[in-house]
Design a protein around this ligand. Structure first.
Ligand SMILES: *Cc1c(COP(=O)(O)O)cnc(C)c1O
Length: 337
């Protein structure tokens, strides 16, 4: 493998993130050992998985002389929030184009949670109706930045490019060391998958680390039929970047439908139950859009005996808790009210 150290990278995240056992949760559900890889605790701007991707993406942007970074995402995009925080940290201007997709947070959706933090980080927030309006907003930004003599770096939704995925190749290497030091062989890694760069990078990095462990992606944005080919391409391109074997990825990951519910960002009973269970048993916060649904998936797999009591399953916590504050109406009261 080409050494990751030879690829430009900024240091933005608090690393390594902790790898913790969730014993009280495991006890409550009488299942396998459950470990949490705490990428909600990457630090910058309340953390999350995008900080790892931005270490590589923004290194590339700075090398190209960028003065302004622009990205897109839903109104409650965690990726947009982490990009805004990273831009502030690096002294870059930040423009966020946020189409109204997955609007399930009621009237809080456009003023609390991630979007509130975007504004605090000094980003220019453009909330637009749909993808078409996002395209024209992007065009206006491009023209304005050019007029003002700046240089624009565009970061695609979710930071899911081969460059962004390198953050998760590095994360897999970090995890492999931690698992070895903790003395356990993971049975599977479970995580939320939306634009797929996190999963793609992990799959490539685990193979590079010589760790044979399947990665199970719980689809939370679009079904596997849509995202599957995108992920396969990302894996191929990321492997190519690193000079790794581009064949033989079958069986190393699986994309699981069935936990998305009515759509991206739409609360499901399983998500709410999982979120409350983990909060109550571990003092650990999941989020309504990604990790809550991923945990609902993991709990369902355990219930259906996919894992036995001798297994060690890793829940890769990708962050997102700032989004809770936009979903107060859906989450308030909850199970016993
Ligand atoms: C973006 C995000 C994901 C999904 O990561 P992808 O690389 O887009 O698949 C998962 N969890 C949280 C909290 C996120 O913000």
């Amino acid at each position: 493998m080409r050494s990751l150290d030879s690829i430009p990278r900024l240091r933005l995240a608090h690393l390594p993130t902790p790898l913790e056992r969730l014993d009280r949760l495991a006890h409550r559900i009488a299942g396998p050992a459950i470990w949490a890889k705490r990428d909600d605790a990457t630090g910058l701007g309340l953390g999350g998985n995008k900080v790892r991707k931005l270490e590589f993406l923004l290194a590339e942007a700075l090398a190209q002389g960028a003065t302004t970074v622009v990205t897109v995402g839903g109104v409650q995009s965690n990726h947009a929030r982490q990009t805004a925080a990273a831009a502030a940290r690096l002294g870059l201007h930040c423009e966020l184009v946020l189409p109204r997709v997955g609007m399930h947070g009621g009237e809080l959706h456009e003023r609390n949670g991630n979007v509130l933090l975007d504004q605090l980080f000094g980003a220019r927030v453009h909330i637009v109706a749909d993808a078409v309006a996002a395209g024209s907003a992007m065009g206006e930004i491009r023209a304005r930045v050019a007029r003002e003599g700046g240089t624009l770096a565009f970061v695609p939704a979710g930071g899911s490019t081969p460059t962004g995925s390198l953050g998760y190749v590095a994360a897999a290497l970090e995890f492999a060391d931690q698992a070895r030091a903790a003395g356990f062989k993971p049975t599977a890694i479970v995580l939320a998958a939306s634009t797929g760069g996190t999963l793609a990078g992990l799959v490539v990095g685990l193979r590079a680390a010589g760790l044979e462990v399947p990665v199970l992606g719980i689809m939370v944005y679009e079904p596997a039929a849509q995202v599957g080919p995108v992920i396969a391409r990302l894996i191929d391109q990321t492997a190519e970047r690193l000079g790794l074997d581009r064949e033989g990825w079958e069986g190393r990951y699986e994309l699981l439908d069935g936990y998305l519910g009515p759509g991206y960002g739409a609360p499901t009973p399983g998500m709410i139950a999982a979120l409350r269970l983990v909060a109550e048993s571990e003092g650990l916060l999941l989020d309504p859009v990604y990790t809550g649904k991923a945990m609902a998936g993991l709990l369902d797999l355990i219930e259906r005996r996919r894992f036995g009591s001798g297994d060690s399953v890793v829940f890769w916590h990708t962050g997102g808790a700032p989004g809770l504050f936009a979903y107060a109406d859906a989450l308030a009261g909850g199970a016993d009210s």
